[in-house]
Design a protein around this ligand. Structure first.
Ligand SMILES: Nc1ncnc2c1ncn2[C@@H]1O[C@H](COP(=O)(O)OP(=O)(O)OP(=O)(O)O)[C@@H](O)[C@H]1O
Length: 660
């Protein structure tokens, strides 16, 4: 029999209590249940032993119970079999005493039958109340029946116990007294109200979290400390091809051994567990496992699966985003540091060039700021709000640079993107195209580039249709392009086309006035915010000033910047007076004799002092680029930058030659 009492009020939540008891206890409790009808929704169900769990699970599945209220064996069965909280009606010492006194009025031969264990304190009451008291306990209905029989055989006339015992005793024509009191039932109901309220709050919180879990694109499943599934989202159910009801009471390892969380539960680690890749449902997944802790105790674990395909796509998008960022120029003339007349003149010239629409050729050694100037010119020009696209011609193999620059049409080559892809020249439409290391551009591409510059139209690879474009080209090189023209390595017509406006950037050794300023600025911006040792800072600036001035700076400002960074890392470890040996160790290039300009005329080949002279001597007799590169490296004692400078090529080109 079931009865649902009262309805729920939205503002004042009434916990849903399921009172599961033997019908005798229900009848006995009726007045109290009625008393609580306005404080809780109480459903009373008559059940005992084997029916208890299935009836309870029905309520749980229908999600209409917060707490179970039960007594004796029912309470114990429920506690063992379900996760929902269970409050039990307990027999107090006072209840027992009252029942025993009542029993004594009937007969001095009294039997007490309890569920589970015997009550040790009963023996004291025995002598106190002058009773002939026999105590038995049971676990199953059969044992309960056997206890009754044993008492009867002993001549016991009155039996105390739970409602099941009372019923069995009455059937055996014995007198019986229910040990529970109305007061104990009231106490249990009060407790159930509180537990039910808390359980409801927790359930609401769980449902909120669960609904968040359901919206996640990642597949998630969580287990308790016995690895039983406690939460799972749609994405995970789909991968496992299961429904929620298939999962009840099952461990994750049973459902899908590959996702087993037993290792996490056993290893008790709060450290991050490395992710791994697995295959399920014909797809690759990146899995993350983590333990769930509560007050320092491991209470469960969770596993998340990320679709590897989605990760690849996200990675590509991030790269695209990164690439887009490369399409903007950060620098302007204000960021170009230096007070030297040589630099000021160059800046003024560059500013004038910015206002014109002609293409520009920037010449200068590696690290003199060619890209910096190109960006500044772009930002000073009327194209400032349009794309600035930089491409390093030395960094790409010929085949790749062609499609990077010109783009391709659908099916232009194996693996070409469907729908085609626009190249960098097209992407620079309305803006500036910066072609760094133009001297390294293959001849075939020089021809195509010239056509683009003359016709102001671009034809993608695999297409015949020219697309009109409006770009300004700024090309840069550290190589003597005129010499390359003479050697027929650079097209003369392209050279004249590009150098309509020519900007020569002075190497650092030609503007020594700027060295200290640049070094100090780079040093300060590389120091950590909490570095406050001004004495060390002053001493290092003083110690290095003349050394830095004498050095040739083959890598120019880039090299100066990296020297400043190395010093910035060293500074926090130094104390005054500074141990100069530490400086020698950290900056061997700066301190080597070969680097000092006073000696340079005797010790270095001519082209390091006059970098725009031809790279031929002393390597012109060597046949292959590899031989030239290794010979230069040997001469530069393994220093790549110096070797590249000796050859008159960029470091990128040096690497390329070495890999040939
Ligand atoms: N005058 C300057 N003031 C501040 N920083 C500068 C200056 N000149 C160059 N730099 C810095 O030096 C580094 C090298 O500059 P950039 O890349 O423009 O040189 P580059 O001549 O294009 O070099 P490469 O030929 O090797 O490509 C960059 O970090 C740049 O910001």
């Amino acid at each position: 029999m079931t009865t649902m009492q009262n309805i729920n009020s939205k503002n004042n939540y009434m916990p849903r209590i399921c009172f599961m008891s033997h019908h005798l206890l229900r009848t006995f409790s009726k007045p109290i249940i009625e008393e609580y009808a306005f404080r809780a929704q109480i459903e009373t169900i008559d059940a005992s032993f084997e029916q208890v769990l299935s009836l309870a699970n029905e309520r749980i599945s229908a999600a209409n119970v917060d707490v179970f209220l039960s007594a004796g064996s029912n309470a114990s069965i429920l506690r063992d079999g379900i996760q929902t909280p269970v409050v039990s009606i307990d027999v107090s010492g006072y209840d027992l005493m009252k029942a025993l006194i009542k029993a004594k009025e009937i007969s001095p031969n009294v039997g007490v039958i309890t569920y589970g264990d015997a009550i040790p304190s009963l023996d004291d009451l025995k002598s106190l109340l002058l009773l002939n008291l026999t105590q038995y306990h049971y676990k199953t209905p059969r044992e309960a029946q056997a206890c009754i029989q044993k008492l009867k055989d002993k001549g016991v006339e009155v039996v105390l116990g739970s409602s099941i015992i009372v019923e069995l005793a009455q059937k055996a024509a014995m007198k019986a007294i229910l040990t529970y009191s109305l007061e104990s039932i009231r106490i249990a109901l009060d407790q159930a109200l509180e537990v039910g309220r808390v359980a409801h709050l927790e359930q609401t919180r769980f449902e909120q979290l669960n609904s968040v879990l359901q919206t996640l694109p990642e597949a998630v499943v969580a287990v308790n400390s016995q690895e039983k599934i406690i939460a799972i989202n749609h994405a995970m159910k789909k991968i496992l091809s299961v429904e929620s009801h298939d999962l009840r009471g099952r461990t994750l390892s049973e459902v899908q051994p590959e996702l087993s969380l037993k290792d996490v539960l056993q290893h008790h680690t709060e450290d991050e567990i490395p992710s791994s890749v697995l295959q399920l449902d014909n797809r690759d997944w990146v899995s993350h496992k983590a333990a769930i802790f509560e007050n320092g105790q491991i209470v469960g674990a969770a596993i998340t699966l990320h679709d590897a395909g989605t990760i690849y796509t996200a990675d590509t998008k991030l790269r695209m985003f990164e690439r887009k960022r490369q399409f903007t120029a950060r620098h302007h003339f204000g960021t170009i540091q230096g007070d030297s007349v040589a630099l000021k003149n160059t800046i003024n010239k560059a500013k004038r060039y910015s206002k014109s629409e002609f293409d520009i050729l920037i010449m200068g050694e590696s690290g003199t700021g060619k890209e910096l100037f190109a960006q500044a010119i772009h930002n000073e020009s009327h194209r400032a709000n349009q794309p600035f696209i930089a491409i390093n011609c030395a960094a790409f193999p010929e085949t790749l640079i062609e499609s990077e620059l010109f783009g391709h049409d659908d099916g232009a080559f194996t693996g070409s993107k469907r729908g085609g892809r626009r190249g960098l020249i097209e992407s620079a439409h309305k803006g500036t195209l910066f072609l760094d290391e133009i001297g390294d551009m293959p001849l075939s591409l020089q021809t195509r580039l010239l056509r683009v510059l003359q016709e102001r139209a671009i034809t993608r690879l695999g297409s015949n249709t020219p697309i009109p474009i409006d770009i300004r080209v700024i090309a840069a090189t550290h190589q003597p392009l005129k010499d390359l023209v003479a050697l027929k390595q650079f097209r003369q017509d392209l050279y004249y086309r590009l150098n309509t406006l020519e900007l020569r950037l002075p190497p650092l050794r030609e503007r020594k006035n700027d060295i200290a300023l640049l070094f100090n600025n780079f040093l300060k911006s590389s120091l950590t915010k909490n570095f406050k040792n001004h004495a060390v800072l002053d001493e290092i600036q003083h110690l290095l000033s003349s050394i830095l001035n004498q050095y040739l700076w083959p890598g120019n400002i880039r090299e100066l910047e990296s020297v400043a960074k190395r010093v910035a890392i060293l500074l926090p470890t130094l104390a005054t007076p500074i141990d100069q040996n530490l400086l020698y160790e950290e900056l061997p290039d700066i301190f080597t004799k070969h680097s000092i300009s006073d000696d340079a005329d005797q010790t270095l080949p001519a082209n390091i002092l006059h970098p725009h002279t031809s790279p031929k001597a002393p390597f012109e007799n060597l046949k292959t680029q590899f031989d030239k590169a290794t010979a230069a490296l040997k001469m530069a004692n393994g220093n790549h930058l110096q070797a590249a400078t000796l050859l008159g090529i960029s470091r990128t080109t040096l690497w390329r030659w070495l890999n040939k």
